[in-house]
Design a protein around this ligand. Structure first.
Ligand code: AMP
Length: 201
């Protein structure tokens, strides 16, 4: 199963990817998680990415394409992978297509979680308040300002990625505003159809 999950920040990509990882036994490749780990470990890539991430902007394509190329080439990705947060620009999507074509592979599906932006802002504000109320720490890029920058980056850079995959007829859309279990069910239905099509095709 080779899958891309698309959707704005806060749409639930991480939650759904984690469930898909359990179901299909393939790695969940989250560039955001990998970059945060690089920041924590103070690697050169992490040090370069930190200020950009804190603002809510996108790190350079070369950085994330390099990370994903390594992950896709790793033995545990032989049976497939779930891309969570990548590609986020058309250049990244093109780089991914090249990487897969070089291995004679293709994506099984690209699933876009559609959400309402106003509801998303309310959802993120609640998440931040709940976390603070429990004494937890909030991600630097979950502040309202950084979150708005992330949303703007999504609309400017990542929405065209959905159009890129729609043109290739591989894009499926799921209502990301539904309850978490209902979203999982909708994704399962989409994937059942996608896998059957691939087998028949
Ligand atoms: P996420 O956890 O997916 O929301 O990612 C957190 C932050 O990491 C983003 O706001 C970007 O700064 C950076 N990031 C993650 N994935 C990418 C990507 N594919 N391209 C560029 N920047 C990324």
């Amino acid at each position: 199963m080779r899958l891309v999950l698309l959707g704005p920040p806060g749409a639930g990509k991480g939650t759904q990817s984690a469930r898909l990882k359990e179901k299909y036994h393939v790695p969940q490749l989250s560039t955001g998680d990998m970059l945060r780990a690089a920041v924590k470990a103070a690697t050169p890539a992490g040090l370069e990415a930190k200020a950009i991430m804190d603002k809510g902007a996108l790190v350079p394509d070369e950085t994330v394409v390099g990370i994903i190329a390594d992950c896709i080439a790793a033995p545990d990705a032989k049976a497939g992978f779930i891309l969570d947060g990548f590609p986020r620009t058309v250049r990244q999507a093109e780089a991914l297509a090249k990487m897969l074509a070089a291995k004679n592979l293709d994506l099984d599906a690209v699933i876009e979680l559609k959400v309402d932006e106003a509801a998303l802002l309310a959802r993120i504000a609640k998440r931040v308040n709940d976390t603070l109320a429990c004494g937890g720490t909030v991600r630097a890029d979950d502040t309202p300002e950084a979150f708005k920058t992330r949303l703007a980056a999504y609309n400017a850079e990542t929405a065209p990625v959905a159009a890129f995959y729609a043109k290739k007829s591989v894009l499926k859309t799921v209502d990301g505003m539904a309850l978490v279990d209902a979203v999982t069910e909708a994704i399962d239905q989409v994937l059942d159809g996608a896998v059957r099509t691939v087998r028949l095709g």
